[in-house]
Each structure stands twice: as C-alpha cells, then as structure tokens.
Design a protein around this ligand. Structure first.
Ligand SMILES: NC(=O)c1ccc[n+]([C@@H]2O[C@H](COP(=O)([O-])OP(=O)(O)OC[C@H]3O[C@@H](n4cnc5c(N)ncnc54)[C@H](OP(=O)(O)O)[C@@H]3O)[C@@H](O)[C@H]2O)c1
Length: 338
C-alpha cells in the first residue's frame, strides 16, 4: 500500500499559503518530503521540487487534477479560491470536497473568512460562498475544520478605497455609522503563522482551542477591534509630513457614484455597490467578534489593525498598495500586498 503524505497545501503561491509553507519548513522544521505543494500551474513545479517538496497540479475548476492531486493525503489545507463569482466559486469548492471524499483525504482544513463570527448571519456577498462551503464540508462525512480567518489588516487600502495619492477618504453615510463599525483586523502573516502551528501541532497541543458548532469553526482573529476611521488616523500617523486625510461622508448612492467615477484602480459601479453591503455589514458588527485562539497559537498578542496599518504604510514609505485594480486590472502583479 502507498503511504500517505502528511500534508497537501493549496494556495502556496499566494500570500497566506506561502507564509504557512515557510513556517512549516523553517519554524516547525517539517521535512519537505512530507509536504505536497500545489498550484493551478505546472510552471511552479521546479520552484517547489528544487526544495525537496513534492509538487502536484491542483485546479479547483478541473476535477481531474484534484483527483490525481488528492491521492494518499492525510491533512489537506484547502485555501479558498480567489474566484469572485459565488456560483463559480461554489462549484470549484464542491469539486474540492468531492475529490477529497473520493480519495479518502484524512482531514480538510478549509480557509474560510470570519464575517459573522460564529454564526452565518452576515449578508456580505463573498461570505455566502464561505458559508456554503462550510455547510458542504459539514455534510460531507469528511473530517474537517473551518478556519475562519480574520479580515486582513493588509487589505485596508481596499476597505478604505485609499491609494497613496488619495487626497481624501470617502465613506457612505450609513446607519450605524462607519466610526461605530468595529472590525477585528488581523494580519495575513499572523494568520499564516497561527495556521501553520495548528496544522503541525494539532489540537492536542492547544487544549483551549476547540472547533465550535456543527461547522467546526476555529475563529482566528486579533484581540481587539478598530473602525475604518481609526485606520485613516493610522495612515496619517505613518505619514507625518503629509496633510491629514480629510474624511467625507456621502449618501450611499453619491458614495457609489463618486467612488466609481475615475477610480484609480478602475473599479466600477458594481464593485462599489457590493462594497456598500460590506460597509453596512461591518457597521452592524459582522467582523467584530474576537477569539483568543490566534493569540494562543502565536504565544503573543496579535498586532492590532491600527498597529499594522501604521507599520505597513511606514515600511512602504507611504507607497503601500493592495489589490486595488480588483475588477479591471491585471492580477498577476498584484499579489502579496503589492
Ligand atoms: N481574510 C481576508 O481578509 C481575505 C482577504 C483576501 C482574500 N482572502 C481569501 O484568502 C485566500 C488566500 O488569500 P491570499 O492572500 O493568499 O490570496 P492570493 O495571494 O491571491 O493567493 C491565492 C492562492 O489561491 C490559489 N488559488 C486561487 N484560486 C484557485 C483555484 N481555482 N484552484 C486552485 N488554487 C487556487 C492560488 O494558486 P495558483 O494561482 O498557484 O493556482 C494562490 O496560491 C484568497 O483566495 C481569498 O479567498 C481572505
């Protein structure tokens, strides 16, 4: 009988998965031969095989690749797809779950998102696909864990629609107001660090961390919350030589129209319409729930949103950008906080 490889990691070419892989190798000293790295593109093979890792192609859109990739795998790190259309994303994720089941994967660790805290109450569009994937996992008969990842602090330019050249920040005038919307912003690197530790050491090493609800949720967040207004102040603090960014509040419809008109990243009206639902959701508390699990895994307090924003802007000399050409842009160069 062929022996199982302990870990198969999807998403390793991306920011979160790369951090998980590097920590598994460099911090936890996992032998590279115990890890299968995957990507949709075979062109990434040599990058991983040259380091002694196994490599397999795994494309969630193509079940035949998943069928080959998931053979003899114990722990599968299932990174959520970067596909934005929920119907397509749900189909892709169903392909992953079906292939994991068919090939007898030992346990699936799905990287979900923290909107709604422990519940499925958030109305934010892209969160619905996460809820659906979690539900499918719970029904699948597979061993699984849903790692609900805190909202990336690193992605703050997208949340504020802020660019280094912005002269103001616009928010929609919603109820409850934006300054009341508390978000447990969490850095991508600390999420990766925590996930790597949990994958390698398992729940047995952390008795206080127990997956909760029938969806087996582990909520990974920082230990405090900040509002989007707090983050604007953090940008100002990191750029003392620049004038303070004025914040302007517009009616939701004017906010959509004004933001979409000449957006530097080329994001259009539908993007801002969806973003309004996001803002309304976080103002109602969709991202405010915190949990100590990440602090336990890191062995220290995670960085807060305000601390992270100030650091990121300072480190980039004010030129920090993040995925802002979301809709029209070329994604290839926009990963990893560029
Ligand atoms: N917590 C948050 O606030 C937050 C923010 C943004 C995104 N996310 C979610 O977290 C995930 C990881 O974040 P990240 O920052 O690491 O994203 P990223 O840098 O864009 O990387 C995405 C990774 O997912 C893989 N991937 C995407 N679609 C795939 C598919 N259809 N089949 C197989 N692999 C696929 C990519 O692999 P290849 O390109 O090599 O195939 C890549 O390694 C994202 O996909 C997104 O769902 C979370």
């Amino acid at each position: 009988m062929t022996s199982q490889t302990p870990f198969l990691l999807t998403g390793v070419t991306g920011g979160l998965g790369a951090k998980i892989l590097e920590d598994m190798l460099n911090v936890h000293k996992i032998d590279p031969s115990k890890i299968i790295a995957t990507s949709r593109s075979d062109s990434n093979r040599s990058k991983y095989e040259s380091r002694g890792l196994h490599f397999r192609v795994a494309d969630y859109k193509d079940p035949s690749t998943l069928d080959s990739a998931f053979k003899n795998v114990k722990e599968l790190l299932f990174m959520s797809s970067s596909e934005r259309d929920n119907t397509t994303r749900n189909r892709e994720h169903l392909n992953v779950i079906e292939a994991a089941k068919k090939n007898g994967v030992g346990r699936v660790w799905y990287v979900s998102l923290a909107f709604g805290g422990w519940t499925d109450s958030s109305k934010i569009g892209f969160q619905q696909a996460h809820y659906e994937t979690e539900r499918l996992l719970a029904q699948s008969g597979l061993e699984f864990v849903n790692l609900r990842a805190g909202i990336y602090s690193d992605a703050f330019p997208l949340f504020l629609n802020w660019y280094p050249e912005s002269e103001r920040v616009l928010f929609p005038d919603v109820d409850p107001p934006v300054e009341r919307g508390q978000i447990a912003f969490t850095t991508r690197d600390e999420l990766g660090e925590g996930m790597a530790t949990l994958l390698v050491k398992g729940f047995g090493a952390f008795p206080s961390i127990t997956p909760k609800t029938e969806k087996k949720i582990v909520l990974l967040t920082s230990q405090s919350t900040d509002s989007m207004v707090d983050l604007v102040a953090a940008i100002d603090k990191a750029r003392p030589s620049k004038p303070k960014l004025p914040i302007e509040y517009l009616s939701p419809q004017d906010w959509i129209a004004t933001s979409a008109d000449g957006d530097i990243g080329g994001k259009g009206t539908p993007w801002f319409q969806a973003r309004l639902v996001f803002v309304e959701g976080v103002c109602k508390g969709d991202a405010e729930v915190i949990d100590p699990a990440l602090e336990v895994l890191l062995g220290r307090k995670p960085e807060t949103g305000v601390q992270a924003v100030e650091r990121l802007v300072r480190e980039a000399g004010g030129e920090y950008r993040w995925h802002q050409n979301h809709i029209n842009g070329d994604w290839s160069g926009l990963r990893a906080g560029k």
